[in-house]
Structures are given as C-alpha cells and as structure tokens.
Design a protein around this ligand. Sequence first.
Ligand code: PMP
Length: 364
Amino acid sequence: MSEFDRVYNFSAGPSQMPLWVLQEAQKDMLNYHGTGMSVMEMSHRSKDFQAIIDRAEADLREVMGIPDNYKVLFIQGGGYMQFSMVPLNLLRKTKKADYIVSGGWAKKSAKEASKFGDIKVLASSEDKTFSYIPKVPRSEYTPDADYFYICHNNTLYGTQWKELPVPLDDIPLVVDMSSDILSTEIDVSKCGLIFAGAQKNLGPAGVTIAIVREDLIGFAGPKTPILLDYKTYADNGSMFNTPPTYAIYIAGLMFQWIKNVGGVKELQKINEKKAALLYDAIDASTLFTCPTAKEDRSNMNCLFVTGNADLDKKFIAEAKENGLVNVGGHRTVGGMRASLYNAMPYEGVEKLVDFLQKFDKANK
Ligand code: PMP
C-alpha cells in the first residue's frame, strides 16, 4: 500500500482525520512556519505556541458560537477524567445531581459522580440495551440539584439526543459531547458545561476540551487535586503545566478545516445526509437491522446487525478487503458499527452502502 492508498476508516475513535489536516501537519512537520522546528519541539511558553493555542481557541469560539462568559479549557485525561472533574467542581451547594443514563458512558459517569455526592439516575434505557434515549417528565427532576447531566451521543449504542433537555430554573446542564461535538449545531448558552475528548471530531487523542460557564468555576473543595480544578486551567490559559501541545495544534487545524468547509451548519447537513443514506440502506435490506429506536438514531455512530454472529464476522472481514475498515461493533455490543464523524466523506458512506447492498444480495 502506498502512502496515498488510504482506507475509509469507520472507527469510533481515534478515528479518521480530514486529509487536509494531515497534509497541513505534514507540511509543518519539520519546520513550522519558518521556526526551524516541529510544533512538537516547541516550548509551550513560546510566542509561536501561544499563537497556536490562541488561534485554536478563537476558531473554536467562532465555529461553535461560544459566548464570552464561557471559558474554553484544554485539559488532558480524556472524557473519562471529566466524569470526575464535573462532580468535583459542580457539586457546590446541595451536592445533588441528576443523571440521565442513556448509555455506557453516562452510566460510568454517574457511578464516578456517586463517590462525591447524592447522584440520582432519573432514567436509564439499560432495560433495552440502551437502544433509545429515555424520556423523563420534568416533574421528576430534582428541584435543588447542583447540575443536570446528559451524554449527547451514545458512542457505544448509537443513539443521540435531538434536542437538549431543559433543566429546572437555572440548574446548569452538563453535556458530554465527546462523540458529536462540532457535528451538529448546539446552543452553548443553554449549557453550563460541555466537554469532549478530542479523538473523534476534534483531532488526535490527548486533549480534552471543556467549555465552562464562568460562574461555575471556583467551587472545587480544598482537597481537590489541583489538576482536577477547572480554575487551575481557567486562571492560567490552560498552561498551568505543560498542555498537550501537539494535540492542541492538530485540533486547531481541525477548527480551520471546519471553517473552510462552511462551518458546523454545513457539516450538520452533510452528516444528516450521510446517516440517512446508511440507515435507509439498512432498513431496505433483507439481512440487516438497526437495533436503535428510529427517532433517536445517532448521526455519528450507526449500529446494525444480521442476528448471526458468523455472518457479522464475514461482513466485517469482507468490508475490510474492500478498504472499509473498523466496522466491527464495540466489544461489549457486537454486530457492526460505522462511525460517520465529520471527517468521513459522503463518498465513504456511498462505498459502504454499495458494499452492504452487494453483501445483502449475495448472502440472502
Ligand atoms: N464519553 C463518550 C461519549 C465517549 O465516547 C468516550 C470514549 N469513547 C468517553 C466519554 C471516554 O473518553 P476517553 O476514552 O477519552 O476517556
């Protein structure tokens, strides 16, 4: 395989990157903009790196429409570390919080938060293998909760919130957007905190972005480890200690790419088209079914099964031979999962659909 023979990579993350981003990084690899060094070799205290992180933040603010009273923080530790940081920082008055458990990540997050406060799982869809987004009447929300938590896109189970829930009064909404940030327009002002690990729509693993309303910062208890306090990042421009410089630089290129392709609005349109193409093909097939509730289907992670583990294996192997890689479902779920993040082009989904239709005919 030559360096130009790239596959369509349907991995759930780390996942496919836009070619433009990789090529820009390649151009800059040995000598970033005449500095004579790679971004990897640059001090985080240098003017050049400061310009990189400043531009990344400004571009993210622009593409997401982040209001001025929100901080953008670049953190390490992945989405999982946010499962601890959120309760450590936001359980600030009553130490109560409401969680909607719509998938495995929300479940893990609620479990972690339970170490620090009185966590109420308002609803869970585990009874049906997380195949739908549970609905909860507002009358069941905790009136004095410190925050209300959801996972916007359930990477493992292929469901996605189509509309944000509205917590009671001014209770902040916390949203895990690890697997759908920047794929769909979202009103940041309706959220208290949004976080996302980078390795799906933001770039390479290593950096996690938290977008936090300023009035929610500064409440971590005195025993909170210093790197788990949002204030540490907010007060030091995310450079209290060495940030993941290269991952931030690539994330910055991702934001530039998003601007180049017309912004999140345009990407959302393409993502909706991509997902519809694949779901329609699954629904029209003889062999395949999609296990998720139609109205909650994710535009990012599309699950489908034949109901026969051997046939699933055959599909995954033959897809790979056709340059369509990583379509196997998560190890806990099985079947197939095609992740259609921003960087997956429409043609990649067309190729997958074409293969799926041929497989369907050949194996009836
Ligand atoms: N939240 C969601 C929605 C995820 O998909 C993942 C991982 N894929 C996580 C949290 C955990 O993130 P990490 O592996 O970066 O800690």
